[in-house]
Each structure stands twice: as structure tokens, then as C-alpha cells.
Design a protein around this ligand. Sequence first.
Ligand SMILES: Cc1cc2nc3c(=O)[nH]c(=O)nc-3n(C[C@H](O)[C@H](O)[C@H](O)COP(=O)(O)O)c2cc1C
Length: 360
Amino acid sequence: MHKWNGKSLKIGDLVAETPIVQGGMGIGISLSGLASAVANEGGIGVISAAGIGMDQPDFGTDYISANNRALRKIIKRARELTNGIIGVNIMVAARNFDELAKSAIEEGIDIIFAGAGLPLNLPSLKTASSKTKLIPIVSSVRALKVITKKWIDKYNYIPDGFVLEGPMAGGHLGFSKDQVEDGEFSLENLIVPVVEELKKLEKSLGQKIPLIAGGGIYSGSDIKKILDLGADGVQMGTRFVATHECDADIKFKEMYVNAQKSDIRLIQSPVGLPGRAVHNNFIEEVKKGNKTPAKCPYNCIVTCKGEQSDYCIALALINAYKGKLENGFAFAGGNAWRVDKITSVKELVDSLEAEYIAAL
Ligand SMILES: Cc1cc2nc3c(=O)[nH]c(=O)nc-3n(C[C@H](O)[C@H](O)[C@H](O)COP(=O)(O)O)c2cc1C
């Protein structure tokens, strides 16, 4: 049991006694193993739907069915492993966004987190009887306003919460390279107008809209700082990679343990966004132009340049998940270099809670 000095995270009728959302991490990094372990510690465990059908025999031939089938299977497996709160993270830029969201809703997922684009149509995918909560991931108050207006005007639906992701996060980022390098865009600065906007909305709508903020949060005292700024919970990805329960190969986790600060760098992803990753030989070869243009086996991301890209990011991330880092790379948050060991999710959450209490 975790108490967090009474600071639970409430999303409608869902109550997470640990105010931490484990960020969805694709491809394959957060599946049923990691998500259920976090949920068992009172947090919100999140399955990443990105490329989730990679082990299905028809992944290359019937992409939509393969991914739907795998998503349903992995949600069911997570449910067998925990009675806690389980969410799914779906990229809006995924070609099969609608199908994945519908499958997750049919499986009774607790929450859908939707980022990498504005999930403008998400409420239309929900059935009347569904209790699934819908939470967009945004990087600006502007995106938050656009989504809220659209959902209310078109669907009469108030977002069940927002994740605000700052520029220190891992994976694809909602910022340009210049913005990432500009101190003005720190999570601490970004959070202030978002909290103000949500307060205004809550007043006019008569409903609480919880805010979860993340990107570079490392310690329990970081968590306290972000909650003190007005967030109701935090989203953390990187720290959960270096756990036994994380679904990636051990070599992926060891990339974090062995990384120096200078190894954590920005890349320009073929999907058209900057990303943050642990630098390795594969990334170096891409930069030098030594990778041949990609075959596009899946056509998975709407914004990807496909066969005009230097490489297929889906294949690179699947390779990394499997530990084949000569042919892929590990996405990582800005603080991944600080990770010095692999622990259990329980040990990690215990230590974060102890640090949080000590900082009060
Ligand atoms: C390996 C890795 C993969 C990620 N994949 C996704 C993803 O598929 N979808 C997404 O919305 N965010 C993704 N993220 C972002 C995380 O969900 C999380 O919000 C972010 O990393 C938080 O910052 P932190 O890692 O510094 O804690 C990924 C992050 C990492 C480290």
C-alpha cells in the first residue's frame, strides 16, 4: 500500500493511490508486464499500442487485424496480472488510431491516452455505455484549448484529464529542436498557463479536469515540485524502463545504465518530429547517410515519409525492443543517463514515495 501523504490521483471515478502515470512507451517497451506492475503499486500502468502486433504472423500483411488482436490480448493479460488501473497509449498519427481506440474501448480499458497529434475525433469512438476515460497528451496550452473546444462543441464531451508533456521527455517530442534547447520551454514554465486555463475551464464547466505533467521527472522531490505547481499527478517513462518488469530486452535497459550525459541526444525522426534517444552506432550511420532508404512494410504513421526516409523507424524500434541495437536505437528521456541500476517497479515506487515524503 502506498499513501503519498494522501495525494492520490483522481480521474473521474478512478483513484490511483500513487499519483504516477507510467508513460506509454513504444514499440513494446510498456506492454502487460510493466503496465500491470505499475498498477499493482497503485499507479496507472499504460500499455503502448504502437506496433503492438509485431509478433503476429500477419503483421506485415494485415496490419490492422494483427494490431487489434495483439492489443486485445495484451489488455486481457494485463487484467489477469492486476486489479489496478490500466490505460492504453495510442498515437494519433497512427494509421490505425480509430481501430485501436475502438478495440481498447471494447475491452473496457480504463483510460486512453492519445498523443503525437490532436485526437479531435476521439469522443466519437466511445460507445454510450463505455466508462473509458479519454486523456489527450499535449505540449502547449494552445493544443489543450483546441481539443477542449472541439470535444465540447462537437461531442458535448469534457476531456477526462490532460497530460502535459515537456521537452525533457523521451520518444517523439511535441517541440522543435530550437524549443527543446530554449530554457523558456521548461516543464515548470509550461505548466503555469495550463493550470490557469484548466482552473478557468473547471469554473465554467463545473467539473474537475485533472492535469498530469511529465518529461524529465526523476526523483520524488521532482514529483513534489510538479504537484506544487498545480498538477494532480505526474507521468514518468524513463525511470520505468530500468525495471525488471519493463517489457524490453535487457540490452535496451542496459543502454540506459551505461549511458553518459553526452549520449542522450535529439534525433530527427522519419515521422517528422524530433525525438530523444541514446546515441549509438545505428544513429551515427543514419546521420552519415549510410542507411539505405526504407522499404515501408507497414505504412504505420500518417506523417511518415515512408520510402523517402533513411530508415524505417518501426523496424528500428522493434529491433531495439528485442535487444538488436546494432539495427535500432533506444528512445530515452533527458535524464536517462542518471539511471545507474535496474530495480523492481516496487523498489522504484517505494523510493520515489520516500523521497517525496522527505521533500514535504
Ligand atoms: C522508450 C520510450 C518510448 C516512448 N514511446 C512513447 C509512445 O509510444 N507514445 C507516447 O505518447 N509517448 C512515448 N514516450 C514518452 C513517455 O510516455 C513519457 O511521457 C515521457 O518519456 C516522460 O518523460 P520521462 O521519460 O523523462 O519520464 C516514450 C518514451 C520513451 C523513453
